[in-house]
Design a binder for this molecule. Structure first.
Ligand code: SAM
Length: 364
Protein backbone atom coordinates (compact mmCIF):
# COMPACT_ATOMS: atom_id res chain seq x y z
CA UNK A 1 0.00 0.00 0.00
CA UNK A 2 0.95 3.66 -0.10
CA UNK A 3 1.95 3.48 -3.76
CA UNK A 4 1.79 6.70 -5.75
CA UNK A 5 -1.12 7.63 -7.96
CA UNK A 6 -0.52 7.72 -11.71
CA UNK A 7 -3.46 9.41 -13.37
CA UNK A 8 -4.74 7.51 -16.38
CA UNK A 9 -5.92 9.32 -19.51
CA UNK A 10 -7.43 7.70 -22.54
CA UNK A 11 -6.20 8.16 -26.07
CA UNK A 12 -8.51 11.20 -26.41
CA UNK A 13 -6.89 12.98 -23.45
CA UNK A 14 -9.80 12.32 -21.08
CA UNK A 15 -8.77 11.55 -17.51
CA UNK A 16 -10.28 8.56 -15.72
CA UNK A 17 -11.88 10.02 -12.57
CA UNK A 18 -15.28 8.44 -11.89
CA UNK A 19 -15.84 4.76 -11.21
CA UNK A 20 -19.47 3.66 -11.35
CA UNK A 21 -19.76 0.41 -9.42
CA UNK A 22 -22.72 -1.96 -9.60
CA UNK A 23 -22.59 -3.75 -6.28
CA UNK A 24 -25.41 -6.11 -7.24
CA UNK A 25 -27.53 -7.03 -10.26
CA UNK A 26 -30.53 -7.73 -8.04
CA UNK A 27 -33.38 -5.23 -7.85
CA UNK A 28 -36.81 -5.13 -6.22
CA UNK A 29 -38.10 -2.75 -8.94
CA UNK A 30 -38.83 -3.63 -12.54
CA UNK A 31 -38.55 -0.28 -14.38
CA UNK A 32 -39.67 -0.80 -17.96
CA UNK A 33 -36.90 1.40 -19.40
CA UNK A 34 -34.00 0.19 -17.25
CA UNK A 35 -30.56 0.26 -18.88
CA UNK A 36 -29.18 -2.05 -16.16
CA UNK A 37 -26.01 0.07 -16.20
CA UNK A 38 -25.18 -1.39 -19.62
CA UNK A 39 -24.87 -4.97 -18.36
CA UNK A 40 -27.83 -7.30 -18.73
CA UNK A 41 -26.42 -10.63 -17.49
CA UNK A 42 -28.96 -12.32 -15.19
CA UNK A 43 -28.38 -11.31 -11.55
CA UNK A 44 -26.58 -13.87 -9.41
CA UNK A 45 -25.89 -13.14 -5.75
CA UNK A 46 -23.13 -15.78 -5.61
CA UNK A 47 -21.12 -13.99 -8.28
CA UNK A 48 -21.25 -10.54 -6.71
CA UNK A 49 -17.96 -8.96 -5.70
CA UNK A 50 -17.03 -9.57 -2.07
CA UNK A 51 -15.81 -7.01 0.47
CA UNK A 52 -12.32 -8.45 0.08
CA UNK A 53 -12.47 -7.89 -3.69
CA UNK A 54 -13.81 -4.35 -3.19
CA UNK A 55 -10.79 -3.59 -0.95
CA UNK A 56 -8.48 -4.58 -3.80
CA UNK A 57 -10.51 -2.60 -6.36
CA UNK A 58 -10.53 0.51 -4.14
CA UNK A 59 -6.77 0.51 -3.62
CA UNK A 60 -6.11 -0.12 -7.33
CA UNK A 61 -8.64 2.55 -8.36
CA UNK A 62 -6.93 5.11 -6.16
CA UNK A 63 -3.57 4.30 -7.78
CA UNK A 64 -4.85 4.98 -11.30
CA UNK A 65 -6.38 8.31 -10.33
CA UNK A 66 -10.06 7.69 -9.62
CA UNK A 67 -11.47 10.27 -7.22
CA UNK A 68 -15.17 9.50 -7.30
CA UNK A 69 -17.07 6.30 -6.60
CA UNK A 70 -20.76 5.87 -7.38
CA UNK A 71 -22.35 2.75 -5.90
CA UNK A 72 -25.27 1.55 -7.97
CA UNK A 73 -26.98 -1.69 -9.01
CA UNK A 74 -29.47 -3.36 -9.45
CA UNK A 75 -30.54 -1.88 -6.16
CA UNK A 76 -27.43 -1.26 -4.03
CA UNK A 77 -29.33 -1.07 -0.73
CA UNK A 78 -30.37 -4.71 -1.19
CA UNK A 79 -26.89 -5.64 0.04
CA UNK A 80 -26.75 -5.76 3.82
CA UNK A 81 -23.02 -4.96 3.73
CA UNK A 82 -23.59 -1.70 1.79
CA UNK A 83 -22.31 0.35 4.76
CA UNK A 84 -19.03 -1.57 4.66
CA UNK A 85 -18.73 -1.06 0.89
CA UNK A 86 -19.12 2.69 1.42
CA UNK A 87 -16.43 2.56 4.13
CA UNK A 88 -14.02 0.73 1.82
CA UNK A 89 -14.21 3.37 -0.93
CA UNK A 90 -14.27 6.26 1.55
CA UNK A 91 -11.12 4.86 3.19
CA UNK A 92 -9.05 5.39 0.00
CA UNK A 93 -9.93 9.07 0.12
CA UNK A 94 -12.48 9.21 -2.71
CA UNK A 95 -15.83 10.92 -2.89
CA UNK A 96 -18.50 8.24 -2.45
CA UNK A 97 -22.17 8.39 -3.36
CA UNK A 98 -25.03 5.93 -3.88
CA UNK A 99 -27.78 5.78 -6.48
CA UNK A 100 -30.84 4.04 -5.08
CA UNK A 101 -34.53 3.53 -5.76
CA UNK A 102 -35.07 4.67 -2.16
CA UNK A 103 -37.33 1.84 -1.07
CA UNK A 104 -34.84 0.46 1.49
CA UNK A 105 -33.57 3.82 2.68
CA UNK A 106 -35.39 3.77 6.01
CA UNK A 107 -34.13 0.24 6.67
CA UNK A 108 -30.50 0.98 5.76
CA UNK A 109 -30.07 4.47 7.22
CA UNK A 110 -28.41 3.14 10.35
CA UNK A 111 -25.47 1.78 8.31
CA UNK A 112 -25.10 4.83 6.03
CA UNK A 113 -22.83 7.42 7.60
CA UNK A 114 -23.44 10.95 6.22
CA UNK A 115 -19.82 11.70 7.11
CA UNK A 116 -18.60 9.10 4.61
CA UNK A 117 -21.14 9.59 1.84
CA UNK A 118 -20.98 12.73 -0.26
CA UNK A 119 -24.62 12.35 -1.27
CA UNK A 120 -27.40 9.89 -2.07
CA UNK A 121 -29.14 9.99 -5.47
CA UNK A 122 -32.72 8.79 -5.15
CA UNK A 123 -34.57 7.86 -8.32
CA UNK A 124 -38.05 9.33 -8.34
CA UNK A 125 -39.73 9.29 -11.72
CA UNK A 126 -43.24 10.21 -10.67
CA UNK A 127 -45.07 11.67 -7.69
CA UNK A 128 -48.29 10.10 -8.89
CA UNK A 129 -48.93 6.73 -7.28
CA UNK A 130 -50.42 5.08 -10.37
CA UNK A 131 -47.70 6.35 -12.70
CA UNK A 132 -45.00 5.39 -10.24
CA UNK A 133 -46.43 1.86 -10.23
CA UNK A 134 -46.61 1.79 -14.02
CA UNK A 135 -42.96 2.87 -14.30
CA UNK A 136 -41.43 0.71 -11.58
CA UNK A 137 -43.82 -2.24 -11.37
CA UNK A 138 -44.19 -1.74 -7.60
CA UNK A 139 -46.59 0.25 -5.44
CA UNK A 140 -44.12 1.86 -3.05
CA UNK A 141 -44.17 5.60 -3.79
CA UNK A 142 -44.99 6.40 -0.13
CA UNK A 143 -42.09 4.30 1.08
CA UNK A 144 -39.65 6.08 -1.25
CA UNK A 145 -40.90 9.53 -0.19
CA UNK A 146 -40.62 8.46 3.46
CA UNK A 147 -37.05 7.27 2.77
CA UNK A 148 -36.10 10.60 1.19
CA UNK A 149 -37.46 12.53 4.18
CA UNK A 150 -35.74 10.23 6.67
CA UNK A 151 -32.39 10.45 4.86
CA UNK A 152 -32.68 14.24 4.69
CA UNK A 153 -33.45 14.42 8.41
CA UNK A 154 -30.50 12.13 9.16
CA UNK A 155 -28.22 14.73 7.55
CA UNK A 156 -27.64 13.17 4.12
CA UNK A 157 -27.29 15.36 1.05
CA UNK A 158 -29.94 14.19 -1.40
CA UNK A 159 -30.03 14.44 -5.16
CA UNK A 160 -33.22 13.37 -6.95
CA UNK A 161 -32.91 11.53 -10.28
CA UNK A 162 -35.77 12.00 -12.72
CA UNK A 163 -35.71 10.30 -16.13
CA UNK A 164 -37.95 12.20 -18.55
CA UNK A 165 -40.42 9.82 -20.18
CA UNK A 166 -42.48 11.39 -22.96
CA UNK A 167 -46.22 10.87 -22.51
CA UNK A 168 -45.76 9.53 -18.99
CA UNK A 169 -44.05 11.92 -16.59
CA UNK A 170 -43.08 14.88 -18.78
CA UNK A 171 -45.96 16.89 -17.30
CA UNK A 172 -44.49 16.51 -13.80
CA UNK A 173 -41.35 18.62 -14.18
CA UNK A 174 -42.59 21.54 -12.06
CA UNK A 175 -44.05 19.20 -9.45
CA UNK A 176 -40.79 17.30 -9.08
CA UNK A 177 -38.81 20.56 -8.91
CA UNK A 178 -41.02 21.72 -6.02
CA UNK A 179 -40.68 18.42 -4.20
CA UNK A 180 -36.93 18.21 -4.75
CA UNK A 181 -36.40 21.83 -3.59
CA UNK A 182 -37.61 20.77 -0.14
CA UNK A 183 -35.33 17.78 0.42
CA UNK A 184 -32.58 17.78 -2.17
CA UNK A 185 -29.64 20.03 -3.00
CA UNK A 186 -30.19 19.29 -6.67
CA UNK A 187 -32.54 17.65 -9.14
CA UNK A 188 -30.97 15.62 -11.91
CA UNK A 189 -33.14 15.43 -15.02
CA UNK A 190 -31.99 12.54 -17.19
CA UNK A 191 -32.65 11.97 -20.86
CA UNK A 192 -33.81 8.44 -21.67
CA UNK A 193 -30.83 6.47 -22.91
CA UNK A 194 -31.34 3.82 -25.62
CA UNK A 195 -29.60 1.03 -23.72
CA UNK A 196 -30.93 -2.22 -22.21
CA UNK A 197 -34.73 -2.29 -22.08
CA UNK A 198 -34.93 1.27 -23.42
CA UNK A 199 -33.75 0.27 -26.88
CA UNK A 200 -36.09 0.29 -29.91
CA UNK A 201 -39.79 0.76 -29.33
CA UNK A 202 -39.57 2.03 -25.76
CA UNK A 203 -37.04 4.64 -26.81
CA UNK A 204 -39.12 5.82 -29.80
CA UNK A 205 -42.22 6.08 -27.64
CA UNK A 206 -40.79 7.75 -24.53
CA UNK A 207 -37.68 9.67 -25.53
CA UNK A 208 -38.38 13.31 -24.64
CA UNK A 209 -36.31 16.21 -25.90
CA UNK A 210 -34.18 18.22 -23.52
CA UNK A 211 -35.56 21.51 -24.78
CA UNK A 212 -38.90 20.48 -23.26
CA UNK A 213 -37.41 20.60 -19.75
CA UNK A 214 -35.75 23.92 -20.45
CA UNK A 215 -38.95 25.39 -21.92
CA UNK A 216 -40.98 24.37 -18.90
CA UNK A 217 -38.50 25.95 -16.49
CA UNK A 218 -37.18 28.86 -18.55
CA UNK A 219 -39.13 31.59 -16.73
CA UNK A 220 -37.46 30.50 -13.52
CA UNK A 221 -33.90 30.07 -14.83
CA UNK A 222 -31.61 32.90 -13.69
CA UNK A 223 -28.31 31.37 -14.75
CA UNK A 224 -26.91 28.35 -16.58
CA UNK A 225 -23.57 26.95 -15.55
CA UNK A 226 -21.71 23.82 -16.57
CA UNK A 227 -20.01 21.12 -14.56
CA UNK A 228 -16.36 21.45 -15.38
CA UNK A 229 -15.72 17.71 -15.29
CA UNK A 230 -18.28 14.97 -15.65
CA UNK A 231 -19.87 15.35 -19.11
CA UNK A 232 -19.85 19.19 -18.92
CA UNK A 233 -23.44 18.79 -17.74
CA UNK A 234 -25.50 22.00 -17.82
CA UNK A 235 -26.93 23.15 -14.48
CA UNK A 236 -29.96 25.45 -14.51
CA UNK A 237 -29.94 27.73 -11.48
CA UNK A 238 -33.53 28.68 -10.63
CA UNK A 239 -34.85 31.90 -9.06
CA UNK A 240 -34.93 30.30 -5.59
CA UNK A 241 -31.29 29.14 -5.94
CA UNK A 242 -32.29 25.53 -6.52
CA UNK A 243 -30.24 23.70 -9.15
CA UNK A 244 -31.47 21.42 -11.93
CA UNK A 245 -28.73 19.39 -13.58
CA UNK A 246 -29.40 18.08 -17.10
CA UNK A 247 -27.94 14.74 -18.16
CA UNK A 248 -28.23 14.74 -21.95
CA UNK A 249 -26.11 11.99 -23.44
CA UNK A 250 -27.97 11.16 -26.64
CA UNK A 251 -26.01 12.13 -29.77
CA UNK A 252 -24.10 14.67 -27.69
CA UNK A 253 -20.37 14.95 -28.49
CA UNK A 254 -19.84 17.54 -25.74
CA UNK A 255 -21.14 15.06 -23.18
CA UNK A 256 -18.77 12.37 -24.45
CA UNK A 257 -15.77 14.68 -24.82
CA UNK A 258 -15.93 15.41 -21.09
CA UNK A 259 -16.62 11.84 -19.98
CA UNK A 260 -14.38 10.75 -17.12
CA UNK A 261 -16.10 7.47 -16.36
CA UNK A 262 -15.60 3.74 -16.31
CA UNK A 263 -18.01 1.12 -14.98
CA UNK A 264 -17.52 -2.00 -12.89
CA UNK A 265 -20.21 -4.68 -13.17
CA UNK A 266 -21.46 -6.56 -10.11
CA UNK A 267 -19.45 -9.63 -11.16
CA UNK A 268 -16.19 -7.76 -11.66
CA UNK A 269 -16.02 -6.72 -15.30
CA UNK A 270 -14.91 -3.33 -16.58
CA UNK A 271 -17.16 -1.52 -19.06
CA UNK A 272 -15.58 1.47 -20.81
CA UNK A 273 -18.96 3.08 -21.67
CA UNK A 274 -22.67 2.69 -20.90
CA UNK A 275 -23.28 2.29 -24.63
CA UNK A 276 -20.61 -0.40 -25.03
CA UNK A 277 -21.86 -3.11 -27.40
CA UNK A 278 -21.08 -6.72 -26.49
CA UNK A 279 -19.41 -8.29 -23.49
CA UNK A 280 -17.32 -6.12 -21.16
CA UNK A 281 -13.75 -6.36 -22.45
CA UNK A 282 -11.90 -6.82 -19.14
CA UNK A 283 -12.61 -9.15 -16.21
CA UNK A 284 -10.79 -8.16 -13.03
CA UNK A 285 -11.27 -11.63 -11.56
CA UNK A 286 -9.30 -13.10 -14.44
CA UNK A 287 -6.54 -10.59 -13.74
CA UNK A 288 -6.53 -11.51 -10.04
CA UNK A 289 -6.51 -15.24 -10.62
CA UNK A 290 -3.53 -16.92 -8.94
CA UNK A 291 -2.42 -13.76 -7.12
CA UNK A 292 -1.74 -14.50 -3.47
CA UNK A 293 -1.01 -11.32 -1.58
CA UNK A 294 -3.19 -8.21 -1.36
CA UNK A 295 -0.41 -6.19 -3.02
CA UNK A 296 -0.15 -8.65 -5.88
CA UNK A 297 -3.92 -8.51 -6.45
CA UNK A 298 -3.86 -4.71 -6.41
CA UNK A 299 -1.10 -4.57 -9.04
CA UNK A 300 -3.08 -6.87 -11.28
CA UNK A 301 -6.26 -4.83 -10.95
CA UNK A 302 -4.20 -1.73 -11.78
CA UNK A 303 -3.26 -3.57 -15.00
CA UNK A 304 -6.94 -4.40 -15.60
CA UNK A 305 -7.85 -0.69 -15.32
CA UNK A 306 -5.03 0.21 -17.71
CA UNK A 307 -6.26 -2.35 -20.20
CA UNK A 308 -9.90 -1.23 -19.99
CA UNK A 309 -8.81 2.41 -20.28
CA UNK A 310 -7.36 1.59 -23.70
CA UNK A 311 -10.89 0.73 -24.87
CA UNK A 312 -12.32 4.11 -23.88
CA UNK A 313 -13.45 6.32 -26.71
CA UNK A 314 -16.18 8.96 -26.96
CA UNK A 315 -19.44 7.31 -28.03
CA UNK A 316 -20.34 10.42 -30.00
CA UNK A 317 -17.58 12.36 -31.68
CA UNK A 318 -17.37 15.59 -33.62
CA UNK A 319 -17.22 15.38 -37.34
CA UNK A 320 -15.50 18.05 -39.35
CA UNK A 321 -18.85 19.26 -40.63
CA UNK A 322 -20.67 19.45 -37.31
CA UNK A 323 -22.30 22.80 -36.68
CA UNK A 324 -21.68 22.44 -32.94
CA UNK A 325 -17.90 22.16 -33.08
CA UNK A 326 -16.99 25.87 -32.93
CA UNK A 327 -18.69 26.37 -29.56
CA UNK A 328 -16.61 23.66 -27.94
CA UNK A 329 -13.24 24.41 -29.44
CA UNK A 330 -11.80 24.49 -25.92
CA UNK A 331 -12.66 20.81 -25.46
CA UNK A 332 -11.82 19.54 -28.91
CA UNK A 333 -8.39 21.11 -28.73
CA UNK A 334 -7.76 19.28 -25.52
CA UNK A 335 -8.49 15.88 -26.96
CA UNK A 336 -5.45 13.92 -28.03
CA UNK A 337 -2.79 15.28 -25.68
CA UNK A 338 0.63 13.62 -25.80
CA UNK A 339 0.68 10.43 -23.84
CA UNK A 340 2.39 7.13 -23.38
CA UNK A 341 0.52 3.99 -22.47
CA UNK A 342 -2.48 5.97 -21.21
CA UNK A 343 -0.42 8.36 -19.10
CA UNK A 344 0.03 11.98 -20.10
CA UNK A 345 3.59 13.07 -20.62
CA UNK A 346 4.27 16.17 -18.55
CA UNK A 347 7.78 16.38 -17.22
CA UNK A 348 9.48 18.84 -14.87
CA UNK A 349 7.95 21.32 -12.43
CA UNK A 350 6.09 23.44 -14.96
CA UNK A 351 4.71 20.27 -16.58
CA UNK A 352 3.50 19.01 -13.23
CA UNK A 353 1.78 22.28 -12.36
CA UNK A 354 0.16 22.31 -15.81
CA UNK A 355 -1.12 18.79 -15.20
CA UNK A 356 -2.44 19.66 -11.73
CA UNK A 357 -4.30 22.65 -13.12
CA UNK A 358 -5.73 20.51 -15.91
CA UNK A 359 -6.93 17.85 -13.49
CA UNK A 360 -8.48 20.39 -11.12
CA UNK A 361 -10.79 21.34 -13.97
CA UNK A 362 -11.97 17.76 -14.31
CA UNK A 363 -12.55 17.20 -10.59
CA UNK A 364 -16.22 17.92 -10.65
N1 SAM B 1 -31.73 0.86 -8.50
C1 SAM B 1 -31.06 2.09 -8.43
C2 SAM B 1 -31.95 3.24 -8.85
O1 SAM B 1 -33.11 3.00 -9.20
O2 SAM B 1 -31.50 4.37 -8.79
C3 SAM B 1 -29.74 2.14 -9.16
C4 SAM B 1 -29.68 1.54 -10.55
S1 SAM B 1 -30.51 2.50 -11.78
C5 SAM B 1 -30.08 1.58 -13.22
C6 SAM B 1 -29.49 3.96 -11.87
C7 SAM B 1 -30.13 5.16 -12.54
O3 SAM B 1 -30.25 4.93 -13.93
C8 SAM B 1 -31.52 5.53 -12.03
O4 SAM B 1 -31.58 6.90 -11.75
C9 SAM B 1 -32.38 5.19 -13.22
O5 SAM B 1 -33.57 5.95 -13.27
C10 SAM B 1 -31.47 5.48 -14.37
N2 SAM B 1 -31.84 4.81 -15.61
C11 SAM B 1 -32.20 3.53 -15.77
N3 SAM B 1 -32.45 3.25 -17.07
C12 SAM B 1 -32.25 4.38 -17.76
C13 SAM B 1 -32.34 4.74 -19.13
N4 SAM B 1 -32.69 3.86 -20.06
N5 SAM B 1 -32.03 6.00 -19.48
C14 SAM B 1 -31.67 6.91 -18.55
N6 SAM B 1 -31.56 6.63 -17.23
C15 SAM B 1 -31.86 5.39 -16.83
Amino acid sequence: MGEETTQLFDSYGRPLRHLRISVTGRCNFNCFFCHAEGYTAPPNKDLELSLEEFRVVAEAAKRVGFIDYKLTGGEPLIRDDIGEIVDIFASVGGRVSITTNGSFLVKRLKVLDPGKLDHINVSLNSLDREKFKKITGVDVLDKVVEGIRAAYEAGHRIKINFVVLKGLNDNEIEKIVDFASKYAFRLQVIELHPVGRAKGEIFSKHHGVASHVYNVLKNRVVRVRYRSGLHARPILVLDNGFEVELVLPVKNPIFCSRCTRMRLTWDGKLLPCLSWEGDPPVDIREYMRGAQSFEDKVSRVVEAFRKANRFRRPNHMYTLTTKDAPVVVKYTMRLGLPKSNGTLLFVGDSGRSHLEKYLMEWND
